[in-house]
Design a protein around this ligand. Structure first.
Ligand SMILES: Nc1ncnc2c1ncn2[C@@H]1O[C@H](COP(=O)(O)OP(=O)(O)OP(=O)(O)O)[C@@H](O)[C@H]1O
Length: 271
């Protein structure tokens, strides 16, 4: 257990079962299985090209898996079973609702430049969830306060630093009231001096019980915020477990090699 939180012992919120993904002849995910419990924070680690982003993108169907299943609270993501027992892809509108329950924060924040910060945060709840604008704005202001940007509500993204823009993107993702937050290397496009403020927001979310799956190269964050880290290599999970164990005690040669290759200043200490 990390970040001073209690992870629920409930049934898994998310189950990934034998997930496969190929791009043409290139098999990128070769049967990945994992589960995420409510309030758990899972770190996906591994070398460049090991399949971390592809795995995350498959979770909410930004990439359609080639095989396997993903279940959120027992409901299959992206597919439904007809009354005749046939499995078929979900309609676009139902898929949009499922996606909303697994909000994603990307490396590049992609805020709408012509909308204010608050406008960026409220658009999803209004358009996708059908929330009344007034309610969405109240929620948006609360979430902006949570990421330390309440005073920027009326600013336009261009006036904000990269770190601030990424914090807006986190508020925007939270506004969908997701069951799980997915983070795809949320700090890797930032100047080094802006990384800490984003990691701190993520650490606060972790402490407050947000269920999170995080692809990261930030070893200190993985160590301090994650309940479990999963090491991917060549599209397969080669090690998993508590961060301290996986990062410093595992006897698995691939894990030892991977963590030995990480920069020392990135391998421990505060976020
Ligand atoms: N849309 C795509 N079409 C073809 N190949 C892809 C596509 N997306 C990813 N790949 C390939 O899948 C492999 C895994 O990529 P992925 O981005 O999942 O790795 P990663 O572990 O997240 O790497 P990084 O840390 O560099 O982001 C790579 O060889 C990549 O080129």
């Amino acid at each position: 257990m990390n970040a001073g939180r209690t992870v629920s012992t409930d049934a898994p919120l998310l189950v990934v079962d034998n997930l496969r993904k190929s791009f043409g002849a290139h098999e990128v995910l070769k049967g990945v299985s994992l589960s995420v419990k409510p309030s758990q924070v899972i770190g996906l680690l591994g070398r460049s090209g090991s399949g971390k982003s592809t795995l995350l993108r498959c979770l909410n169907m930004l990439e359609v898996p080639s095989g396997g299943r993903i279940l959120l609270e027992g409901e299959e993501i992206g597919f439904e079973t007809t009354s005749g027992g046939r499995r078929r892809p979900l309609s676009a509108s139902r898929l949009a609702l499922q996606r909303a329950s697994m909000s994603m924060v990307f490396q590049h924040f992609n805020l709408w430049p012509h909308r204010t910060v608050l406008g960026n945060v409220v658009e999803g709840p209004v358009q996708v969830l059908g929330m009344a604008r007034e309610e969405a704005e109240a929620l948006g202001l609360d979430l902006l306060a949570r990421v330390g940007l309440r005073d920027k509500a009326d600013s336009y993204p261009i006036r904000l630093s990269g770190g601030q823009q990424q914090r807006v993107a986190i508020a925007r993702a939270l506004a969908m009231r997701p069951k799980i937050m997915l983070f795809d290397e949320p700090t890797s496009a930032l100047d080094p001096e802006l990384v800490g403020e984003v990691l701190q927001v993520m650490l606060d979310l972790a402490k407050s019980g947000t269920t999170m799956v995080v692809v990261t190269h930030e070893m200190s964050f993985a160590r301090n915020a994650c309940d479990e880290v999963v090491l991917l290599e060549g599209g397969q999970i080669v090690e998993r477990g508590a961060p301290d164990y996986v990062m410093t005690q595992s006897e698995n040669p691939r894990a030892r090699q991977f963590f030995a290759s990480q920069r020392p200043e990135n391998a421990g200490g505060p976020v």
